[in-house]
Every structure is written in structure tokens, then in C-alpha cells.
Design a protein around this ligand. Sequence first.
Ligand code: ATP
Length: 367
Amino acid sequence: RKRIAVLTSGGDSQGMNAVVRAVIRTTISRGCEPYVIYEGYEGLLKGGDYIKRMYWDDVRGWLALGGTLIGTARCAEFKERAGRLRAAKNLVQAGIDAIIVCGGDGSLTGADVFRAEWPELLKELVNSKQIQPKDAENYKNLNICGVVGSIDNDMSSTDATIGAYSSLDRICEAVDYIDATAQSHSRAFVIEVMGRNCGWLALMAAIATGADYLFIPEKAPNAKEFGDKMCKIVARHRENGKRKTIVIVSEGAIDSDLKPVTANMVKDILVERLGLDTRVTTLGHVQRGGPAVAFDRLLATLQGVEAVDAILSLTPETASPLIALNENKICRKPLVDSVKMTKSVAEAINNKEFAKAMSLRDPEFIE
Ligand code: ATP
């Protein structure tokens, strides 16, 4: 009977609990033994009670809950070989054959590094007499599968990451609240939203709330004319009778010189050039909170089931899969390629030539 463990790592997102629930219950229904690893890679390094056998009832009521009930962490030691050696020993001692990692690109990179090193780690553990040679034989291959949990929707090769739509929902709700007061006082609000290198949350929220303008990392405004387009558009909206102004700023927004675009900078421009009574609202961790929306519950459940089935169909030759969503279908993609592509997108965004080229395109971004 295969022992399949699941862990959550990196930033939390709504829907991670639904992934854990789906993995536990699918593992049981496929005749295998499910485990959880508490506190991400931190728990893998600690071993012992941090690796726990789970049963059907243990995840009752987890489907909708936000955050991650098995905990998550950022673990610097796992980035070092010595840390991964300890993790390998703990896994062999617990008899775990496979891990499903739910996290962002960092967590999935770590998972693949670990899988690639596995035979070497086992050899070292046998040579230093930390495990028996028969254990090394029994656990020759470590199977890894990735499921992307992130509010940012920043992973290449999948259309949606688990948590992104819940977070988008929280942002829209907050902007709707702000709308009411902005309208009453005829004010402008500059709203900072999360997303790191990825403007997906900001862009979708801007469309869904009818914002006047937005700043995202993928479309750096020209540094020399910073604020000009925004002011032109906002002024026109005001002339047309609009009483409120909403500008959304993604936390990773930059200009064509790669300088950060902050909500306060945008606020100062609206005050100084247009004379608008302007406030800044940073939504912060509210965006990660609350229950998972229906879409994330579905995505997490379908992907959790697929992750277990992927693990059970892996051969030693198959590359680690990442469970993705493409055109509404759950599918498997090579994990390493997806992570590489994600990293190269982030690098391109932070490249001056790219930022300049983007700042010249599509001048009237939101009309
Ligand atoms: P989020 O997108 O929410 O930040 P993430 O998974 O990208 O999630 P990271 O902090 O980048 O978050 O990574 C989480 C953990 O994964 C790290 O603390 C570390 O333990 C492990 N990890 C990340 N990169 C590597 C790597 N190159 N090698 C080994 N482990 C890694």
C-alpha cells in the first residue's frame, strides 16, 4: 500500500484545505494510506509528529475553509542540501513513497530539486548508516506531484491557481464598500492589491469593479510621462459626471525605469494635478482571508483527485507532473517546465527593455 503525503507551502491561499481534503479522501478510496506533513517543508525537516497518518473523518468540514489548517511555512533550511538530507531520512522513516505539494513556484521548485536529488540523498544516508540498505531499496524513487495554491494566479501553464478567484472576490467586495463612501464624498481612492510580479488580481479587479485606471507590473507606464494618461482619463470621467474615482495599484507595479509605482505616488498626482480629495487603501491580508469561493472549491477538489491519480500512474521515467487547468480541463503538465516558464516571465517583467517596449504599446489602457 502506497503512502501518499500532502503538504502546503509558501503563501497560504483559500482552497488549500480543499486540496488536502481531496487528496486524503482520494488516497483512501484508491486503497492507499494518506498522510499530512504539518508546516510545509519545516515539518518535513522536523519529522516525528509533524508527519501524521490521516483518516476520512479528519478532514470533515475542510472544503470551504480559508487558509491552511495543516500550516504553511517558508523554510530556508530546505534550500540547503543538508536540510533536504534530513527531510529524506524523515520520509524514509515514516515510509512515505510520494508527496503532493500544494504551493507556489518556489515550493514546487523545491519539490523537484528534492526529487532529482533523491537517489544521492539515499546513498548518503546508507553510507552514513542513518538508514538501512533495504530501506533505500524500498524507497528508490520519490514521486512528487505539484498543485498550485496561490492567490496571485502567477503560474505559467495553468489558467487559474487555487485561491486566485477567492482573493479576487475579497478585493471586489472591498472595492464595492469603498465605492459607496467615495461616491458620497466625491473622493478618489487609490487601492493597493496583492499579486507580487503578477498583475492578474489588479487587472481582473479593475474590470470587475469598473475602476478608472490601474497600474500593473506587466504594463509599466512611461517614467517620463508618469501619471499623464491616468490624469487625462480620470479628468474625462469626472467631466462626464462621475463622482468617484477608483485607481487600482498592483503591489508589484513598476514604471518603465523599473522604479516601484506606489499607491502614495499615485495619490499625490491625483491631489496635485486634479485637485481630488484622495485616500489610499491598502487591502493587505484581508485578500487572503475568508472562505474559498465555489470555483476554488471545485478546482481544488478536481485537482486533488487528479494529483493522487497522477502519483499512482507515475513510472520512474516520468517527470514530476504539475496539475493544471487548461481551457476548463484539468490536465497534467511537466512541473519543471512550468516553473521555468513562470520564472522567465517574472524576469522579463523586471527587464528594462521589456518594460520600455510595453510602455509604448497600447497607450489608452483603460478608456
Ligand atoms: P508564494 O507564491 O505564495 O510565495 P512559493 O511556494 O513561491 O509561494 P517561496 O517562499 O518561494 O513560496 O517557497 C516556499 C518554500 O519552498 C521555501 O521556504 C523553501 O523551503 C522551498 N523552496 C523554494 N525555492 C527552493 C529551491 N530552489 N530549492 C529548495 N527549496 C526551495
